[in-house]
Design a protein around this ligand. Structure first.
Ligand code: SF4
Length: 370
């Protein structure tokens, strides 16, 4: 703790003292966001919290919750000779359905590229748009994965493509919305949470008001927090305060960035281009109205509509427990493959691939985990 005080200052020390003074029943809080997961692991927060306060990871890593079936779909598109497939880097190593051949490596976009497919890493959807302009003879498909933080950029790219009549640009969209997943989680009978640490950046877009259902309908204490360790501690202290007072409310512990109603312009772009659809989440199954589908007006830029693909049912990697990790039911170390058959160099599941994945965070900062 002295080290944390030296690294993060007096407020962190005071907040830790406050948390350590909790003498009530054991509490389990979920940090919903992958950035929180990585920040907590890096700072060793799990080790610093008292034994009565447990922090579990949730489904807030977009690559981790993207289901195997989507990876299979992306691989099928990458195999088409006319397609140039573009993606954020994390998706390159997420395994698709395991091959039938024993001991063969699981397919990934990275392996597809090594095998000759035209698969490229871009840093934004606009990078893919640029490629579509530069390569008029190719069909450029961007993998649109992410939450409310990414969705405005996905929508803006589709709007730009429509304005420019860029017929060779489309997007395979698997964007998801956080409130739908939270509703499914807090309604789940096998998961007992005492509070939610809500993601700062998603909340910048959504605003505090988007979470009121958590308190009003589900009576779950919740706090929006930034990503510095001291900001997470502020959120945790707010959660403990709510539990102590028997309250369920949405505390905004990130008021410099998050407003009551969020970024209405960003949400307007999302609403213009996308509509709510049922969505498949790795580990959580299909959640009604928790995904974003491309509206019919922009069907020309929807890769799912443009390219007919017939796929066998997806198959989860054998032994991988990403689903249980993403629902906060187990710690990554409880997966039998953790750090043995599944490592960041040879990941078996998506949670070990992403820079925001719980398994990757635990692997990289194992010495600090409790
Ligand atoms: S350690 Fe690997 S195989 Fe196990 S849950 Fe995590 S990603 Fe899946």
């Amino acid at each position: 703790m002295a080290e944390l005080g030296a690294r993060f200052g007096r407020e962190a020390r005071r907040l830790l003292d406050e948390l350590r003074a909790w003498e009530g029943r054991p509490l389990t809080f979920m940090e919903v966001c992958g950035t929180h997961t990585m920040s907590a692991a890096r700072a060793g927060l799990h080790q610093l919290l008292p034994p009565t306060i447990r922090l579990v990871s949730g489904p807030g890593c977009p690559v981790c919750v993207t289901p195997v079936g989507y990876v299979d779909h992306a691989l099928a598109l990458a195999a088409r000779p006319e397609v140039t497939l573009c993606s954020f880097g994390d998706m390159m190593r997420v395994p698709g359905s395991p091959p039938r051949t024993p001991r063969a490596a699981p397919p990934t976009l990275g392996l597809a590229r090594a095998g000759g497919a035209d698969v490229r890493v871009v840093f934004s959807p606009l990078g893919a748009l640029e490629l579509a302009r530069d390569l008029p003879g190719r069909q450029v498909v961007f993998l649109g994965v992410g939450f409310e933080t990414t969705a405005p950029a996905l929508g803006a790219a589709i709007l730009r493509a429509a304005e420019e009549r860029l017929d060779n640009f489309s997007m395979l969209v698997a964007a998801k919305t956080i409130p739908g997943a939270l509703a499914a989680l807090v309604g789940s009978p096998d998961l007992r949470l005492d509070g939610l640490l809500l993601p700062g950046h998603v909340s910048v877009v959504l605003g505090r008001a988007a979470y009121l259902f958590l308190a009003d309908r589900h009576r779950v204490p919740s706090a929006i927090a930034g990503f510095e360790p001291v900001e997470m501690l502020r959120g945790l202290a707010a959660l403990v305060g709510q539990v102590r007072r028997g309250e369920a409310r949405i505390d905004n512990c990130y008021p410099g960035a998050v407003t009551e109603h969020g970024n209405e312009r960003a949400r307007a772009v999302i609403e213009r281009v996308f509509e709510p659809v049922d969505s498949e989440w790795r580990g959580l199954g299909s959640i009604p109205q928790s995904g974003l589908g491309v509206r019919a007006a922009y069907a020309a830029h929807d890769a799912a509509r443009r390219f007919a693909v017939s796929l066998p049912p997806p198959v989860e990697p054998a032994g991988c427990r990403c689903g249980d990790v993403l629902r906060g039911l187990i710690d990554p170390g409880e997966c039998g493959l953790f750090a043995t058959e599944c490592t960041p160099d040879q990941p078996r599941g998506a949670c070990m691939v992403s820079s925001e994945g719980s398994c990757a965070a635990r692997y990289h900062y194992r010495a600090e985990a409790r």
